[in-house]
Design a protein around this ligand. Structure first.
Ligand code: PLP
Length: 287
């Protein structure tokens, strides 16, 4: 885990991360009543910010929380945060909660002023030997709620799932709901079976991953078709390749599954092409 960088964003101002304070009555703290985003930033520039912003806005709309800023203002604030922390490659987190009420009531008080918080950390590219090793995944029953399409700060399900995955020696949990692949605890999932690349469709059971869209663009650039369809547990287990996809870990090959070596135990050949093209696309978009 990378440490938070020294300057954060709090209610429109850049302040010291260690000194920043919010009210204990904040509904984000009491109820997990807020929406967040994680945006990768390469060479000081946020990657696919518009798509992240659109998902962020959709989450705020679903919770009926007013977005305090326009995209232009958010862009300005995020650029300020990046510059204050020295630029380069970073993960950027920002959240808006419904704000602090006068007490603790499940029903929000009208006129509560949203709280804004953002911080960032250094994003280190995976070393070649880490890429070669791939990641270990554990399949677990999805214990989360039925609005996983909302990127809410209430993340107890994924926390418990990651703890269980860790106990099983895995880096990521791949979640199964009613026998079907849902997604990773913090990633989208792709499989390659019988030479076909597939990923499950958007639904209330999954977060609309931005990296999944990026991988979609990568596959178009490579001329590889993508099937968007449900994938059951058996297909996952017998797949030729499994990849996870997320903003900060990009597209990663699963080489161990449920405590055993998966396939050859090495990243698959299609993943390799996708990974290379992903890096090329990042460079193109940064120019
Ligand atoms: N699914 C879940 C549950 C996640 O938490 C995440 C990222 O944190 C993703 C998918 C991947 O989303 P993105 O590609 O936008 O990072």
């Amino acid at each position: 885990m990378a440490d938070a960088l020294p300057t954060c964003l709090l209610d429109g101002a850049l302040v010291s991360t260690s000194a920043a304070r919010i009210s204990p009555l904040d509904r984000g703290f009491l109820f997990g009543d807020g929406i967040y985003e994680v945006v990768p930033c390469y060479g000081g520039r946020p990657f696919r910010l518009q798509a992240h912003f659109d998902r962020f806005q959709a989450g705020l709309d679903a919770l009926e929380i007013r977005n305090p800023y326009s995209l232009a203002r958010w862009t300005e604030l995020i650029q300020g945060l990046i510059a204050a922390n020295g630029g380069g490659d970073m993960g950027i987190y920002f959240e808006v909660t419904r704000g602090a009420g006068r007490g603790r009531d499940f029903l929000p008080e009208p006129g509560t002023i949203p709280t804004v918080f953002g911080f960032c950390w250094r994003l280190a590219p995976l070393r070649p030997e880490q890429l070669e090793r791939g990641i270990a995944a554990a399949t677990l029953e999805d214990i989360r709620w039925l609005r996983c399409d909302i990127k809410s700060v209430a993340l107890l399900g994924p926390v418990l799932l990651r703890m269980e995955a860790h106990r099983r020696g895995a880096d990521e949990a791949i979640l199964i709901r009613e026998g079907r692949l849902a997604e990773g605890s913090s990633s989208a999932v792709f499989v390659v079976s019988n030479g076909h690349i597939a990923t499950p469709p958007a639904s209330h059971e999954r977060l609309p991953s931005i990296t999944r869209l990026v991988v979609g663009d990568v596959l178009v650039a490579l001329g590889l078709p993508l099937q968007v369809r449900e994938i059951d547990r058996d297909e996952l287990r017998t797949a030729d390749e499994i990849w996870t996809a997320s903003s900060t870990r990009e597209v990663a090959p699963v080489t161990r599954l449920d405590g055993s070596i998966f396939r050859t135990g090495k990243p698959g050949p299609i993943w390799r092409r996708v990974f290379d093209e992903y890096q090329a696309l990042k460079k193109r978009e940064a120019q």
